[in-house]
Design a protein around this ligand. Structure first.
Ligand SMILES: NC(=O)c1ccc[n+]([C@@H]2O[C@H](COP(=O)([O-])OP(=O)(O)OC[C@H]3O[C@@H](n4cnc5c(N)ncnc54)[C@H](OP(=O)(O)O)[C@@H]3O)[C@@H](O)[C@H]2O)c1
Length: 277
């Protein structure tokens, strides 16, 4: 199977065998632009391509005209026949390896699985569980699918959180894990640039899902957030702010000293790597 995306509630972009063969052929013929264009179905509906989208339920998924893969801890049936279900707990190395075996080609990996616990930093287990799912999960899944993403010059999308920038101390372990996942995304972005793999971090604000069920606050719909994420990927945004609340900090983040330093550090890494090569 070749997938356009993978979602454990990460989503993987898988492609079927015929597509994989075509990609190999394109590779040999140097048809790189055409292959990049083939990722376009994730473009926004406002460009008239909404027919190319599918929603995949929790956490939201969008897919192109090629099949998509959605991972979840428990077996499930998706209402869209193009979505191929995978059983995948992101803390389970064997399940990750088995998922990789089922995917022949991949355009976009969306690390969307997450756990948010109420805690007060007195319980080490809460911190460990948050890190296991929200940090080591995307790390492990990204590393496992990296060969496929390198081959497709694809993209990793990490659904982080606005709490990566500023914690809400009702869920401090969650915020710590998301800050670490954001930093992971920044390093992966610098490290994978030379392979042509893009890394996008999504600084999501309050979204209407099970995770925020108990919060009586304004929330964006999961569907609007999913659309904005894929629009951001299509638009080449490194850091994606997909909802009204997160958008209030987008401009200041992009113009910030921290973002400038990230770019400087990435340029330094590229220079050192080029010298060492
Ligand atoms: N909702 C928000 O306001 C908000 C804001 C910022 C960021 N986010 C991020 O958005 C992502 C999606 O969250 P959501 O809002 O859709 O929350 P959700 O409704 O609680 O969904 C979380 C999903 O993660 C899955 N999951 C948890 N642990 C997993 C594991 N070990 N392996 C595989 N899947 C696992 C859950 O699967 P099960 O159904 O099996 O438990 C569930 O489908 C998360 O990364 C979250 O941190 C959400």
């Amino acid at each position: 199977m070749t997938a356009r995306w993978i979602s454990p509630p990460v989503r993987i972009s898988v492609v079927a065998k015929g597509d994989a063969d075509r990609r190999e052929r394109d590779d040999r013929q140097g048809v790189r632009d055409e292959r990049r264009d083939s990722r376009k179905p994730i473009d926004s509906g406002d460009r008239g391509q909404s027919r190319d989208r599918t929603g995949a339920g929790r956490g939201g998924v969008a897919a192109g005209s090629r099949p998509g893969v959605r991972g979840a801890r428990r077996p499930f049936i998706h209402r869209d026949g193009r979505v191929i279900p995978l059983v995948l707990d992101v803390t389970d190395a064997a399940q990750i390896a088995a998922a990789v075996e089922r995917v022949e080609a991949l355009d976009i990996l969306v690390n969307n699985a997450g756990v948010a616990l109420y805690d007060d930093l007195t319980d080490r287990a809460a911190l460990e569980q948050s890190l296991a799912v929200n940090l080591f999960g995307p790390w492990a899944v990204s590393q496992a699918f990296l060969p496929l993403l390198t081959r497709s010059r694809g993209a990793i999308v990490n659904n982080v959180s606005l709490m990566a920038l500023a914690p809400l101390a009702l869920t401090p372990s969650y915020a710590i894990s998301k800050a670490a996942a954001f930093n992971l995304s920044q390093s992966l972005r610098a490290l994978l640039a030379a392979r042509g793999v893009g890394v996008h971090a999504v600084l999501t604000g309050p979204t209407d899902t099970d995770m925020t069920r108990g919060f009586d606050i304004p929330k964006a719909s999961a569907e609007s957030v999913a659309r904005a994420i894929f629009d951001g990927v299509a638009g080449g945004e490194e850091d994606i702010f997909p909802d009204p609340m997160s958008r209030t900090v987008a401009q200041s983040w992009r113009a910030s000293a921290a973002k400038a330093l990230e770019r400087e550090n990435a340029a330094f890494l590229a220079m050192v790597s080029a010298e060492a090569a």
